[in-house]
Design a protein. Structure first.
Length: 91
């Protein structure tokens, strides 16, 4: 009945970030999965402002998202913009 809780993977972002990342595979719409992943990366950027460059770009935040995910985000069409040459527009 209750969610199994353990220590959050990132104390600055907290346990809710872990839950948000875990929810991505359950979102059926691929576009919504990508939007949600960008929200997650945006929260990482807010929690770790020293990782964000001028213009809001953060390779470290995207790398960290891929590290925290217990699944392969690429399987769900979520690419690291720094690996795929896309714009980092996560806010």
């Amino acid at each position: 009945m209750f969610l199994d809780q353990s220590k959050p993977k990132d104390y600055d972002c907290g346990y809710n970030l872990d839950l948000m990342i875990a929810a991505i595979p359950r979102i059926e719409d691929k576009d919504e999965q990508l939007k949600y992943a960008k929200r997650v990366v945006g929260l990482i950027k807010q929690s770790h402002p020293n990782w964000v460059e001028k213009g809001g770009q953060s390779k470290l935040a995207w790398d960290y998202f891929f590290e925290l995910a217990e699944f392969d985000p690429r399987k769900y069409g979520i690419e690291n913009p720094y690996d795929s040459g896309q714009l980092d527009d996560a806010e």
